[in-house]
Design a protein around this ligand. Structure first.
Ligand SMILES: O=C(CO)[C@@H](O)[C@H](O)COP(=O)(O)O
Length: 226
């Protein structure tokens, strides 16, 4: 099975006063999903947005809402995000494994009818997700410490991507943080096909259409070798 590229602009880098405009523009430029970074100022040192804003945005765009919950208690938010129009929910294994509720949260998201993914921070071994992968729609490997856009790509995370890709040839693998035209080849060569990018797509004086095409071309070039 060949995996298709899925490009997800991170709305964290958009102008929050014009979320709907920026979201629809990215979809017009060829983006596949809209990546929504939910931060609670506890799990990560930043505060962004929650389900009420996602619900408002849903009235103005038909895009796939890929919601990345960087929060301490994801289990308390699933229902609200479902009702807000989320299509996929990604949560952090670091937030649930120590409390023994990773499986419960996966089941909760699936029963709510959304796609589900687990995310690992840079210091978390990828092996921690192995027991759950068969139930997941994708796995997100952070390529920066979660919390802020505009950080440098951590190339050493590609070992995790390669490990996951060799064990799961048909899995959608998402990477997030520092992806741009100078780093995309490292990610796609290692086996990532789902790309989150903020700064690279929202940077002024750049054509996001061209960058999205460049990302897709890179994945299509490397995926036959995975
Ligand atoms: O989740 C995060 C940061 O925690 C990311 O989604 C960033 O928003 C990506 O931004 P760039 O690194 O592409 O600027």
């Amino acid at each position: 099975m060949s995996l298709k590229p899925i490009i997800c602009p991170s709305l964290l880098s958009s102008d929050f006063a014009f979320l709907a405009r920026d979201s629809n523009y990215m979809l017009e430029c060829g983006a596949d999903w809209l990546h929504i970074d939910v931060m609670d100022n506890h799990f990560v040192p930043n505060l962004t947005l929650g389900a009420p804003i996602v619900k408002s945005l849903r009235k103005h765009t038909k895009g796939h809402f890929d919601c990345h919950l960087m929060v301490t208690n994801p289990e308390t938010m699933i229902e609200d995000f479902k009702n807000a129009g989320a299509n996929s929910i990604t949560f952090h294994i670091e937030a649930t494994e120590s409390r023994g509720i990773t499986q419960k949260v996966i089941t909760q998201i699936k029963e709510a009818g959304m796609m589900v993914a687990l995310c690992v921070k840079p210091k978390t071994p990828i092996e921690e997700v192995f027991p759950y992968v068969d139930q997941l729609d994708f796995v997100l490997i952070m390529t920066v410490e979660p919390g802020f856009g505009g950080q440098s790509f951590m190339k050493d995370m590609m070992t995790k991507v390669k490990t996951l890709r060799s064990k799961y040839p048909n899995l959608n693998i998402q990477v997030d943080g520092g992806l741009d035209p100078s780093t995309i080849d490292f990610a796609s060569e290692a086996g990532a096909n789902v790309i989150v990018a903020g700064s690279a797509l929202f940077k002024p004086n750049q054509d996001p259409k061209e960058t999205i095409k460049l990302f897709k071309d890179s994945i299509n070039k490397h995926s036959p070798n995975w």
